[in-house]
Design a protein around this ligand. Structure first.
Ligand code: PLP
Length: 207
């Protein structure tokens, strides 16, 4: 899909995160040259050499969207502007502590599971509510929203219902951003109030 066509379809509050995992440096440069600013990576080991080869592109913002291991937090805090995948209070505390040390202040989102999905990490809703005060008081990180991933087995109707729940939950917590929707279900996410859609294959082609 062409980025320009896509932008024309989207409400102005919806931003496109170009998920560049598994893609060539040249493909990322090409998309950046057409005005794409926000890029997402999900594996630290793969991302760091890519970020390094692209550091001449100073306007790019990097978003971390994958499962984040404790021993990789420092590298992510140093190199990424936004973290979509904060999936526990323990991880949030670690990010905060390291961000203080590194003089950084990442924008972060809590990854939430609205259905039981053993293949995915994330807070369930009760856990997030229980941790909420502590989370939002952590220094040097800015909680801006929620992120969710639909279970693969869901059809588009089920996905839309799940995305609506995410939007409602974010509204109740006073959060602006919902990072939800990927190549297969971004339309349903946009209709449900996403502010970030995370597109890999539909923008870049297959991995
Ligand atoms: C890979 C990935 C995407 C993009 O997936 P596509 O189906 O290629 O659009 C979005 N979000 C997360 C968390 C991912 O890991």
């Amino acid at each position: 899909m062409n980025l320009e066509e896509l932008r024309n379809l989207l409400p102005s509050k919806v931003k496109v995160l170009a998920v560049s995992k598994g893609q060539e440096i040249s493909a990322i440069r090409l998309l950046a040259s057409s005005g794409q600013v926000d890029f997402g990576e999900s594996r630290v080991q793969e991302a760091l050499p890519k970020l390094d080869s692209l550091k001449d592109l100073q306007d790019i913002r990097w978003h971390f969207i994958g499962s984040l291991q404790a021993n990789k937090v420092r590298q992510v805090v140093r190199n990424f502007d936004v973290i979509h995948s904060v999936d526990s209070l323990k991880l949030a505390k670690r990010i905060s502590r390291i961000a203080v040390e590194e003089l950084k202040s990442p924008r972060v989102m809590a990854q939430v599971k609205f259905r039981n999905d053993p293949t995915k990490g994330g807070f369930n809703c009760e856990e997030l509510i229980d941790s909420w005060n502590e989370l939002t008081e952590l220094p040097s990180m800015d909680f801006v929203g929620l992120m969710t991933i639909s279970p693969l087995s869901f059809d588009l109707t089920q996905r839309k219902a799940l995305f609506k729940e995410c939007r409602l939950f974010a509204d109740n917590l006073g959060l602006e951003d919902c990072s939800m929707g990927m190549s297969a279900d971004w339309k349903e996410a946009v209709e449900s109030g996403a502010t970030w859609i995370r597109l890999g294959t539909s923008l870049f082609g297959s991995r």
